[in-house]
Design a protein around this ligand. Structure first.
Ligand SMILES: Cc1cc2nc3c(=O)[nH]c(=O)nc-3n(C[C@H](O)[C@H](O)[C@H](O)COP(=O)(O)OP(=O)(O)OC[C@H]3O[C@@H](n4cnc5c(N)ncnc54)[C@H](O)[C@@H]3O)c2cc1C
Length: 387
């Protein structure tokens, strides 16, 4: 029997694994990471590469390693030029960030702990947990960490889902089988007003100049980060933690997130491209789509024809993994808030006996940054106290 199984080897799970192995809290032989993918961080690389995001939105101190200045040291050690940090907060280039992740994965020999499988069940058996997978295998472990993210649950608005069922040329930018952008049928419409929509529009513009429209519901909002930096520390978190009602916490998280916002430089790049006639920016809301005529109908009453629609509408708000966790929740009487998300111990993020959560599943304790790299680091520091 192993000591610890981490379910999910994305940014969250890998941050924990790197910390556990580098601090020697656990030996490689006692750690297993079970993930659907063949390699670590595959959802991260797929999503960020699809939109050709040049720089992360988060600052240089947010990464998978222990020392906050690890990425800065890495820049010097690997002879990256200073252009790999952008702006006041030294936001790292995706290229250097990914290289840094890979060097950590190699350093701790993470692949020795990797088990590619899809988990479909989790049971408590006396003093240990049993993890079941789609291939009918089971693995025993003293402790479990759930580090499953939302990247595999893209959100489809109802009109879009109906159009998809009718075989319209419509895709979600984060679906796993996104077609080759070179082969899209123009004109192309991007639906969404956030950072993903902005990156995607600018990428598609280079392939289809003058034939890309970005449609967004609210005025474009400029924010450096996806929540105020005050949420990184006691400034806002103190009040959040004092709030004992989980519905109120959910409301605080919702209000704190600058959902559908973009950075200043992206805003200027979009407006410049619009002026040059390379893209169209339209503030409106799609309400339906006529598949036979390829026509989008808008809230304003206007219509527009399009060859392809790509949704940049984010992810589902339902807690990830809840389908296969339902039995565990019932059998172990695990507490969930009204929004369906786990209620966990503040000190160690323990949901049930020796069962811990991080990422979105920990957000009622970690707050609005739970899904981000900063949230992973904060979750790790709490979970480590119990391991
Ligand atoms: C385009 C984009 C840019 C972003 N940029 C930033 C940024 O600059 N800074 C920042 O802090 N955050 C950023 N984020 C937010 C966040 O850091 C990423 O979404 C990150 O990839 C989330 O990691 P995760 O581990 O929660 O989820 P995932 O990457 O989805 O990893 C979860 C893993 O769990 C596995 N899994 C799920 N269910 C099962 C199961 N049943 N059995 C086995 N395995 C399972 C999946 O296969 C997956 O590999 C960005 C997000 C996106 C989409």
């Amino acid at each position: 029997m192993g000591k610890l199984i981490i379910i999910g080897g994305g940014i969250q799970g890998c941050t924990l694994a790197v910390h556990l192995l580098k601090t020697q809290k656990i030996k490689k032989k006692d750690l297993m990471i079970i993930d659907k993918n063949a390699k670590p961080l595959q959802n991260w690389t797929r999503c960020t590469e699809t939109i050709s995001m040049p720089y992360l939105r988060s600052p240089s101190v947010h990464h998978l390693d222990l020392n906050p200045f690890s990425l800065e040291k890495f820049l010097k050690r690997e002879d990256y030029n200073k252009g790999h940090f952008y702006g006041y907060y030294d936001r790292p280039s995706l290229e250097m960030f990914n290289h840094h992740c890979q060097s950590l994965i190699d350093e701790v020999e993470l692949m020795d702990c990797w088990q590619q499988s899809s988990v479909n069940g989790l049971e408590r058996n006396k003093n240990h947990w049993v993890v079941r997978t789609d291939e009918g295998k089971s693995y025993k472990s003293e402790k479990i960490v759930l580090a499953i993210g939302l990247s595999e649950h893209p959100f489809w608005p109802e009109w879009a889902y109906e159009a998809k069922v009718k075989k319209a040329s419509i895709h979600h930018v984060f679906q796993k089988d996104i077609p080759d952008f070179n082969k899209l049928d123009p004109a192309v419409t991007v639906v969404g007003g956030g950072i993903t929509a902005a990156h995607l529009t600018l990428k598609l513009m280079t392939l289809f100049p003058g034939e890309v429209t970005m449609i967004y519901r609210k005025e474009l909002q400029i924010h450096t980060f996806d929540s105020d930096p005050g949420w990184q520390g006691p400034m806002y978190m103190e009040n959040f933690q004092k709030t004992k009602d989980y519905q109120s916490r959910r409301k605080m998280i919702f209000e704190a997130r600058h959902k559908g916002s973009i950075t200043k430089e992206l805003y200027h790049r979009l407006r410049k491209a619009e002026k040059e006639g390379k893209i169209q920016l339209v503030k409106d809301e799609v309400t339906s789509f006529s598949v036979d005529t390829n026509t989008m109908h808008f809230q304003s009453g206007l219509t527009q024809n399009t060859g392809t629609i790509i949704l940049a509408t984010g992810f589902h708000s339902a807690p990830p993994g809840i389908d296969w966790l339902e039995n565990t929740i019932n059998q172990e009487r695990l507490h969930c808030a009204e929004c369906g998300y786990p209620i966990v111990s503040p000190a160690t993020l323990e949901w049930g006996e020796e069962l811990f959560v991080m990422g979105p599943l920990a957000e009622l304790e970690i707050g609005p940054v739970a899904r981000n790299i900063a949230g992973a680091r904060r979750a790790v520091s709490r979970i480590l106290q119990a391991i």
